[in-house]
Design a protein around this ligand. Structure first.
Ligand SMILES: [Zn+2]
Length: 147
């Protein structure tokens, strides 16, 4: 089955709780090297919000993105599906999930899942996962099995 971007994301005013959670997490980010502080918040299928910040490391490649931390928190919290996710960066440049995180999100979300890009002034843009990661490789790809 081919995946398509589904309906447009919900209006940003419905996602202010995610913005609040991501902003709070961002304030606690550990980014002493880049000073590029990022927070992410997930609304899971149960309604629980999971938030995390980026965590850098003196061995640079070992650092982790805020989205990865939020996904780990969601899994540890017993949830398995992302209903909506928001990433908050410093602005003014739009901060969307990096390529690796788009794939991480895909594992627990569908093409229509809303992804919001925010900065301290609020939500600046909203996308669907299908828009940010078209023709995605995902769990359903493996379910099809070998030819
Ligand atoms: Zn990332």
């Amino acid at each position: 089955m081919q995946e398509h971007a589904e309906s447009a994301p919900p209006p940003p005013e419905d996602s202010l709780d995610l913005l609040q959670a991501a902003t709070a997490a961002r304030a606690r980010a550990y980014a002493p090297y880049s000073r590029f502080f990022v927070g992410a918040a997930i609304r899971s299928e149960s309604g629980t919000i999971y938030a995390a910040a980026n965590v850098e490391n003196a061995a640079y490649p070992v650092g982790t993105c805020a989205e990865a931390g939020a996904i780990a928190a969601m899994i540890a919290g017993g949830d398995r599906r992302i209903v909506e996710i928001l990433v908050c960066g410093p602005g003014p440049a739009l901060v969307t999930p990096c390529g690796a995180c788009r794939q991480r999100i895909r594992e627990f979300a569908s093409a229509g899942t809303p992804i919001h890009a925010a900065d301290p002034d609020g939500i600046q843009a909203s996308f669907t996962l299908g828009e940010l990661l078209p023709m995605a490789f995902g769990p359903d790809t493996l379910e099809r099995g070998p030819p």
